[in-house]
Design a protein around this ligand. Structure first.
Ligand code: AMP
Length: 403
């Protein structure tokens, strides 16, 4: 039997998320999460999906990523899915920042590791953790192909006009300052799935993808190729997010430093962790914000209005960038679940050909679906994202090509 399983690893600074997929039918064999690595209260939650089994939970200290991955391997082995299985074809790693170097999934070798390391200054929060996960997995299975799938890769097609900030070119280049964009695997997956929903090839359609989760980003995709996205050098730019401000006047930072006497680290924390919805109203969960609005809470309502105002501006901007828009696709936690956000985001945009049908918008489900009226000029869709499947698909395709 040829090896058909792919393990997808998403290593954060203190967590590892994983899924084991069988690429013959894209089925999920197991999924899980190790949290609070390095603390006394670490937790491993493992769900053996193939066996239809109950989730198993383990609580206790897990010292580092090495111990975490070994614990995951043990859990997988209990269901006959161990990492030593000949059916495991590869491990696919989510890597947040691939800079301008990595435009596609890449087989990891020492040179690739060195380049991901070189990119740490532009991704100080994410790439070190991703590297730790890769090194640990390589030590465990040195013979197995390990593939890096980059969050930035889908956006490397952006033209210079969209990718560059209007700041001094020499300074920008010296520090690799440009707009990279993130959530690329999601934007790639959802733009393709939207074309499929319309019964068209990706090359035939122009799509605006709205990835609205706790982190949020929009992208303009022309014929399957990304031409603009709302996140920039870091995931801080663009839409209002759960805890990130998105776009602000950069002079806010000078002002906080000079007048507010805040340090750069304090401002970093403010804009990344204490802003967005949580900064505006104290909650970052859209369900809670809607519940408060229903109770007449003015602060929650203002936070919602600011969130929607920004979203609308990006929809309008990307209509202008694309010229012709065939579809707008909502995805991720908020985009897939909040009918209120979807309705508010396109309200009043009829002149752009955008509208939702209230009955269709209210339908819940896990499948891609249209929510625009049947005669709409632009299709509005809900397209659940699946970043793990996209990473596994890209990983497996590369392994098959190189075999
Ligand atoms: P994600 O980052 O894609 O996992 O999205 C997480 C966010 O989705 C949460 O913080 C909530 O704001 C939002 N969310 C999840 N479920 C719902 C729901 N049923 N209705 C509205 N928002 C939701």
């Amino acid at each position: 039997m040829t090896a058909s399983r792919v393990l997808v690893l998403n290593s954060g600074s203190s967590s590892v998320k994983y899924q084991l997929l069988d690429m013959r039918d894209n089925s999920r064999l197991a999924a899980g999460l190790v949290e609070r690595i390095g603390e006394r209260t670490s937790r491993l939650k493992h769900t053996p999906l193939a066996a239809g089994g109950e989730a198993r939970e383990w609580n206790g200290p897990i010292a580092d990523h090495d111990a975490a991955l070994k614990a995951v391997a043990e859990e997988l082995a209990k269901d006959g899915l161990g990492l030593d299985s000949p059916e495991l074809a590869a491990i696919g790693h989510r890597v947040v920042h691939g800079g301008q170097t990595f435009t596609r999934p890449t087989v990891i070798d020492d040179a690739v590791l060195a380049e991901i390391e070189r990119l740490i200054p532009v991704a100080p929060l994410h790439n070190p953790a991703n590297l730790t996960g890769i090194r640990t997995a390589r030590a465990l299975r040195p013979d197995l192909p390990q593939i890096a799938v980059f969050d930035t890769a889908f956006h490397t097609t952006m033209p210079e006009s969209a990718a560059r900030y209007a700041i001094d070119v020499e300074t920008a280049d010296a520090h690799r300052i440009r707009r990279y964009g993130f959530h690329g695997t999601s934007h790639a997956y959802v733009s393709r799935a939207t074309a499929e929903l319309l019964g068209k090839a990706p090359e035939e359609v122009n799509v605006i993808v709205l990835h609205l989760g706790n982190g949020a980003s929009a992208s303009a995709v022309r014929g399957g190729v990304c031409v603009d996205t709302s996140m920039g050098l870091t995931p801080l730019e663009g839409l209002v997010m759960g805890t990130r401000s998105g776009d602000t006047d950069p002079a806010v930072i000078f002002h906080l430093a000079r007048v507010g006497n805040m340090s750069i680290d304090e401002i970093d924390t403010l804009l990344n962790k204490k802003s967005g919805l949580i900064g505006l109203c104290g909650d970052n969960d859209m369900r809670e914000i809607r519940r408060r609005i229903d109770e007449g809470d003015a602060r929650a309502e203002l936070a919602f209005d600011i969130y929607i105002h920004r979203l609308k501006k990006y929809i309008g901007a990307y209509c202008a960038v694309l010229g012709r828009v065939d579809a707008v696709a909502f995805t991720a936690g908020v985009g897939e679940n909040s009918a209120e956000v979807r309705a508010a985001a396109v309200a009043g945009l009829e002149t752009l050909g955008l509208a939702v049908d209230d009955a269709l918008n209210a339908v819940r489900g896990d499948e891609p679906r249209l929510i625009s009226p049947p005669d709409a000029r632009v299709a509005v869709a809900v397209v659940p994202t699946d970043e793990e499947l996209e990473i596994a698909t890209q990983t497996y395709a590369l392994v098959e090509r190189t075999n």
